[in-house]
Design a protein around this ligand. Structure first.
Ligand code: 2BA
Length: 109
């Protein structure tokens, strides 16, 4: 068995969960925060038999989309602001950051 941990954009999580549940998979959603942007994102935990992993990864790939974010750099206090025109920095976020880990044991009581 594997544990698929998938960090996705909040706007993609409803369609992803629907696709997973419609496909007969089990999932748990937790609200998370990206360490770099400090913006809310969503993490989905999916416990899966080994032969379902590729199908689940395809669902994640199909339902999670890349987004471009522009970050405005902070003007350094040492720079006279009239001479400093900060260029926004372009970041590509997502579609999904996925980890697949071995599960040593799984019980339901
Ligand atoms: P954040 O940490 O908020 O990162 C958002 C985006 O900012 C990243 O998109 C990447 O484009 C950029 N970024 C992150 N760290 C950076 C750095 N040190 N220098 C320059 N740019 C950086 P993604 O790579 O698609 O990541 C989306 C979210 O997935 C991340 O949100 C974080 O919550 C999670 N994530 C990504 N890689 C991870 C990892 N190795 N371990 C744990 N969480 C991860």
């Amino acid at each position: 068995m594997k544990l698929i941990i998938s960090i996705v954009h909040r706007d993609d999580v409803d369609t992803l969960l629907k696709a997973l549940i419609d496909g007969g998979h089990k999932a748990t959603l937790i609200s998370t925060t990206g360490g770099f942007l400090r913006e809310g994102n969503a993490t989905v935990f999916i416990g899966a038999e080994n032969d379902h992993v590729e199908e689940i990864l395809s669902l994640v790939k199909e339902n999670c989309h890349k987004r471009t974010r522009y970050l405005s750099p902070i003007v350094p206090v040492t720079e006279p602001s009239e001479f400093y025109i900060p260029e926004p920095v372009e970041l590509e976020v997502g579609g999904a950051t996925v980890f697949v880990a071995d599960v040593e044991r799984h019980e339901r009581y």
